[in-house]
Design a protein around this ligand. Structure first.
Ligand code: SF4
Length: 350
């Protein structure tokens, strides 16, 4: 049975109208679900008893159950949720002085296999449903004390959001609706490898902030680190960004994971300056966070700083993100992999 949790407001109005009830009741139900995190008709006390009975079968709590919570020394927290089919996903909260950012997953695993990413080593188990993406937000929002507790959301957890396009689009619509969560599009970031066409379509409907996971300045290196680059090459992806009509004073973020001996030389930095010429962007350099299954190495601090100086010296706004949450494997690229349900079976596993 279709759950009201995944419906956009016009769809919900259609369902409520079909039950012989006025459309404004749909707005009330929508606001209970998405604004207040109430999923039981019983508690929707401004609805008449008859309507509560009619809608009760279509309402249920988000299908994510908290399984484990790990607290990092720096305040970062990693949440592991179990899905109804036994799959496991992870979300991370990162508190800063004036904001709390929640990083959510969009897939169980990921098919794209980026070498520096632990999730990518799992393979794809399945796409998340709308209510599973939103469920991470609602569960953590309520643990943290309500609607304003999470100030920013980033789709940067497990999975590539544009490979789960429709559920991602719908979840973003529901997060940004003023009668629901009411998050500003400026406070939501979609992190992506950059899939031309899909990226433009998503942005034209919901102009969220975009982080492009670039990680190399030449095609050969990027294709080695990120196999998707064989399909969508750097040039095509950057051209896509150049076509997107950004509002004044907004910029793209370019994420660049620095890996020792792979992409962290000054030659790479100079090439990066060349290929980003004319693009309104800032750059986040992320020193690689090793995880158990990889042989890639963390860069040396001196090389990270030299890389940053080179970009800054040529006028590019560049920050080093010394990732947080490394002690609980919650840092960038470290999510996934512990739960046996998530492991892709290989002959060695059997
Ligand atoms: S970095 Fe993103 S796209 Fe690449 S494997 Fe990891 S989750 Fe997938």
């Amino acid at each position: 049975m279709e759950d009201f949790l995944s419906l956009e407001l016009p769809e919900l109005e259609g369902r409520i109208h079909a039950l012989g009830q006025p459309r404004y009741r749909a707005r009330q139900i929508f606001s209970w679900i998405h604004g207040r995190g109430v999923f039981s008709a019983e508690q929707m006390h401004n609805l008449p008893g008859e309507l509560r009975g009619q809608v009760a079968p279509f309402l249920s709590p988000p299908p994510v159950a908290l399984d484990q919570r790990l607290d990092g020394e720096d305040g970062t927290q990693k949440f592991r949720f179990r899905l109804r089919d036994g799959g496991v996903i992870e979300s991370v909260t990162i508190p800063e002085e004036k904001r709390v950012t929640l990083c959510v997953s969009t897939q169980v695993g990921c098919a794209l296999g980026c070498l520096f990413c632990r999730t990518g080593q799992m393979g794809l188990r399945r796409n998340l449903k709308v209510e599973e993406i939103l469920g991470q937000y609602y569960a953590i929002r309520s643990m943290f004390g309500g609607k304003r507790a999470i100030t920013h959301v980033v789709l940067m957890g497990m999975g590539e959001p544009l490979e789960n396009q429709e559920a991602t689009r719908r979840a973003l619509k529901l997060m940004t609706h003023p009668l629901g969560c009411g998050l500003s599009t400026r406070r939501i970031t979609v992190s992506t490898v950059g899939i031309p066409g899909r990226l433009e379509r998503l942005f034209s409907e919901i102009p969220v902030s975009i982080t492009l996971s670039l990680n190399a300045a030449d095609e050969e290196t990027r294709s080695r680190l990120m196999p998707i680059n064989r399909r969508y090459q750097i040039e095509e992806v950057l051209d896509t960004l150049r076509r997107i009509p950004l509002a004044p004073r907004r910029r793209f973020t370019i994420a660049y994971v620095l890996i020792r001996g792979e992409n962290d030389s000054l030659k790479d930095a100079r090439r990066l300056v060349r290929i980003l010429h004319g693009l309104r962007c800032k750059i986040n350099l992320i020193p690689f966070n090793p995880f158990p299954e990889t042989e890639l190495r963390r860069p040396q601090e001196g090389d990270v700083l030299a890389f940053q100086d080179c970009l800054r010296g040529r006028g590019l706004s560049t920050h080093v993100r010394w990732s947080r949450g490394g002690d609980v494997l919650a840092a960038c690229g470290q999510l996934g992999g512990e739960a046996p349900e998530n492991r892709k079976e290989t002959p060695g596993d059997m």
